[in-house]
Design a binder for this molecule. Sequence first.
Ligand SMILES: [Zn+2]
Length: 321
Amino acid sequence: MPVLKNVLLTLLRDEFYFGKLCWNGEVDVLDPSVDRLLSESEFWQIQKILGERGLSKPYRHEEVGYRMLIRCGECGNLLTPYFKEKETKSGTTRYYYLRCTHDGSHKECSQVQIGFKELDSQILDLLSSISISSAFFDWAVKWLKECNYKRSENQTNEIDRINAQLKDTQKKIDNLIEMGMLGVVTPQEVKVRKESLQNERYQLERDLKGLNVQTFDWLETAIKTFNFAKNARYYFEHGSMLDKSQILKALGANFYVIDKKLCLDLLKPYFILKENADIVCLENDGCELSSLVSVSANVDAVKSWWAICQDVRTILVASYA
Ligand SMILES: [Zn+2]
């Protein structure tokens, strides 16, 4: 009965029966209202029973962390996450790793895999090194809000000034056209002066646009930055693999692993916090702001807080200018 066996095997291995549609390399899901012959988990149970004759369960890329994010420090290829299953007393445990496949590279590469556990612990160390105290966070947020208030006031004045200039330029253009129509100025003159006025208007409109972009909430970004520094370690410890990837991504750019050591270009604001870890971790309760000048008993620490906040703010504002 080999034919019947083969037919049966083909049926048992057909993913269509739990609703998966494959067509021309595209994957889709069958209309949810259509009854399935079996559920997806039942299907994979059958494959497990079939063993080598069954389909191997596809890797759920979207659920595995650190995908498409970290490169091999030796050959430059993206590291691929994968897992190994080991039987333990409490059941099957998955161990995740990142490895260099050396794909597409003609170079020799001697790098070995790194376990997620090792990687996570290095990231946790990094998150600890940029973390800030609650007191510093509260102080920084107050300070940033006050700065933003002053800045908005200046910006409003600047926007008003440009708008007035724009109105003036438009009036000049209208007058010029009128004078041209009355024959007071030659058409050639109208053309030249109109061009110059239009350039002026264009420049003013650009300035205005730039200012409006600046009024964009850089404050929100600044608060998010400090919030991240304060809480990322906690979220990393309690998050899913995907949360962990997102947290790592938020730390910087150019991630690579060399000899099992994670390297990256840390974002400047976090770099500043890391460099000043001893100061930003201080707990100075009751520090007040008074027009950006501290009136706290612990003036020295707050003065340093001020300098650090100033640096972080300058970087963030510059990146939105
Ligand atoms: Zn490599």
